[in-house]
Every structure is written in C-alpha cells, then in structure tokens.
Design a protein around this ligand. Structure first.
Ligand code: SF4
Ligand code: SF4
Length: 174
C-alpha cells in the first residue's frame, strides 16, 4: 500500500505530548466528536488514542473519519449510517469470509485473528478494581488467569468498562 507517511503506533497508553495545544485531551486521551474530529476539525483521531477499545471500534471509527473527510472535500453532507447490532444468536459462519486462498485451512484462518477479544494481560482491570477483587495467577509456563473474588466484588463494573478487550461481562444479580 502506498502512503506519504507511515506512523508506527504500538502501545497501550497513548503518548500525546507531541500534540499542539489546539488539540484537546482529557484523562490521557484525545477528545473527539462522533465523526472522530478533534478540537481542530481538520485533525481526526481514531483508535486507542481516543479511548481503549476493540480493533473493530478503531476500524469503524477510521471508516467514519475517511467518509467524513471525503464529504468535506466533496462539499457534501455526511450523516454516519446507523447500523443495527447483529443479535448474538445470529452470529455464525455465514458471515465469515474465507480469504486465505481457495481452500479452507483452519490454521491459516486462525493466523488472521487480531486477538482483539482475548485478554492481553494489561492488568488494567486489576489495577482499577479498588476493592482488590481481581486476582491474577500465573502458572509455571507463564500462562496467566484473572479471577474475581466474589465476596469482595461489589459489582461496580469498572473492570468491564476499562478492559480494552471486552473480556469481562457483567450479570444482573438474581
Ligand atoms: S465489578 Fe468492580 S469490584 Fe467487582 S471486580 Fe470489577 S472493578 Fe472489582
Ligand atoms: S481482562 Fe482486560 S483489563 Fe484485565 S488484564 Fe485482560 S485485557 Fe487487561
């Protein structure tokens, strides 16, 4: 893919000290509107510099930003399309596009996984839980596990809100 500039952007916490003052930030993230415009409307920001999230959030925001920029350059209006969420029980292989050649090779398909929904061991949930209700244990081969200590958890939901991978699910008390 040809490009004028390639910016390598790897990390869990955005480093924003290079930004001019005109670009507003809040709590370590760039403030954007629903079109991904920053406080300088000609500058757009998407992905983990705006909030922790899944790779799908970043891709969607990138698409909306590109469509907004296109509309601005073409002097047309742009209204982001509101797409309905697919119900969980309808998610199946029908929507899955095989793109590693003609033949379905599970190992090749697995290589495409961006691991956006798997725990990346960032420890943000553990560090955020002020009840000390999340325990991290590590096995002899470096494998790790996060568990909630039920009698300490007050169900505040901070862990679910802060997790960049959507690992935690909150459930109603029965
Ligand atoms: S819901 Fe709140 S108290 Fe419970 S584990 Fe998550 S952050 Fe800790
Ligand atoms: S569960 Fe989420 S917040 Fe906790 S360590 Fe894993 S990725 Fe990080």
């Amino acid at each position: 893919m040809e490009a004028d500039t390639v910016i390598i952007s790897i990390g869990e916490v955005p480093i924003l000290d290079f930004l001019p003052r005109e670009i507003h930030t809040e709590r370590g993230f760039i403030v954007v509107n629903e079109l991904s415009q920053t406080s300088d409307v000609k500058v757009f920001a998407v992905g983990d510099v705006t909030r922790p999230g899944l790779i799908t959030h970043a891709i969607g925001a990138g698409r909306r930003a590109a469509e907004t920029i296109h509309a601005i350059m073409m002097h047309t209006d742009y209204e982001p399309e509101k797409r309905p969420a697919i119900p969980y029980d309808r998610i199946n292989l029908v929507y899955y596009e095989v793109s590693c050649g003609e033949e379905f090779v599970p190992e090749q398909e697995a290589d495409r996984c961006a691991s956006c929904g798997a725990c990346r061991d960032c420890r943000m949930c553990k560090n955020t839980c002020y009840q000390g209700a999340i325990k991290r244990t590590e096995g002899p081969k470096g494998e790790f596990e996060y568990t909630v200590i039920e009698d300490k958890c007050i169900g505040c939901g901070f862990c679910a809100a802060v997790c960049p991978c959507g690992v935690w699910e909150m459930e109603e008390n029965i």
